[in-house]
Design a protein around this ligand. Structure first.
Ligand code: NAD
Length: 290
């Protein structure tokens, strides 16, 4: 069988998959592919599925299958899978890095030094110690972030519509998370319920000067509303790894003050690429019975 590796994975993955079939990254061979393996870059939409008549199995190396038209794939008899267990530590560490970078002005400090400025008085830092982190969604990634925040002496509260207990955070209502958090970190999937949930109305319920960290999905926030809240000082900062459109085009966030951006790097650690490889090999073993 032909296995199409459509996106970039660890360099050793093609070799590891060779025991299951012929591995190619040549998209021109889509028509021959029985298994298609993607990360975030390749969107498996109807048009792509129509060009893959032999496909029986699509695996997304990552959390969630929102980059795949699952209903259409299933209507064509194609199984769809993902590897949710692999990326939690990589994403949680990035969320933590973004959370610690904002109140320490790391980017402004570095930029100003390189412009020959010495902003020792101007760049006043604040500490994470004693602050409240509010998580929206406390699944795998939210849990890992909670553990790290507690090690820094933060109080961790969380709202999760589908989770009733937590050993790492005090569960509360969404409005309480908005009202009491100094930092709000988003860890839900993108669904009809979460799309646009961070908007002018929800920001108005937050503490003045709160920070938001978004490593889940760009569409969970209304970018224009976040940009407006940053411009007015209602929000102190917005750190994001994810955007409405990736790469962003004309996003109001790129011109807003106190925005810290990374280009969807959440899962991009060396270690996670190896874990993704392990998870994909496990799935192909099951699929082929080898
Ligand atoms: P998970 O499924 O373990 O946790 C998600 C949590 O969100 C669950 O506990 C669920 O109950 C909760 N939830 C769902 N709908 C909700 C709602 N309406 N309100 C409140 N909570 C709700 O997933 P995870 O592994 O922690 O990943 C979370 C998200 O992170 C993924 O869905 C994906 O979008 C994103 N992600 C981003 C990157 C990146 O590179 N930046 C990498 C991996 C995952």
């Amino acid at each position: 069988m032909v296995i199409l590796l459509a996106d970039a994975f660890a360099p050793d993955l093609p070799g590891r998959l060779a025991e299951f079939g012929e591995v190619t990254s040549d998209l021109a061979r889509l028509e021959e592919a029985e298994v298609i393996i993607v990360r975030s870059k390749t969107k498996v939409d109807k048009a792509m599925i129509d060009k893959a008549p032999r496909c029986k199995y699509i695996i997304r190396g990552g959390v969630g299958v929102d980059t795949i038209d699952v209903e259409y794939a299933k209507s064509k008899g194609i199984a769809v899978d993902n590897t949710p267990e692999a990326s939690s530590i990589a994403v949680a560490e990035l969320a933590f890095a973004l959370m610690i970078a904002m109140p320490n002005h790391l980017v402004a400090a570095d930029n100003s030094m390189k412009q020959g400025k010495w902003l020792k008085k101007e760049l006043e830092r604040t500490e994470l110690y004693g602050k409240t982190l509010g998580l929206i969604g406390i699944g795998r990634i939210g849990r890992e972030l909670a553990l790290r925040a507690k090690a820094f002496g933060m109080k961790v509260i969380a709202y999760d519509k589908y989770v009733a207990t937590s050993d790492v955070a005090e569960l509360t209502t969404l409005d309480e998370v908005y009202a009491n958090s100094d930092y709000i970190s988003l860890h839900t999937p993108l669904t009809d319920e979460t799309r646009g949930m961070i908007n002018a109305a929800s920001i108005a319920k937050m503490k003045k000067g709160a920070y938001i960290i978004n490593t889940c999905r760009g569409q969970v926030v209304v970018e224009q509303d976040v940009a407006d809240a940053l411009a007015s000082g209602r929000l102190a900062g917005y750190a994001t790894d994810v955007y409405h459109k990736e790469p962003p085009e004309n996003s109001p966030l790129l011109g807003a003050p106190n925005v810290l951006c990374t280009p969807h790097l959440g899962a991009s650690t060396e270690e996670n690429l190896l874990r993704l490889g392990d998870a994909i090999v496990t799935r192909l073993k099951k699929y082929t019975g080898k």
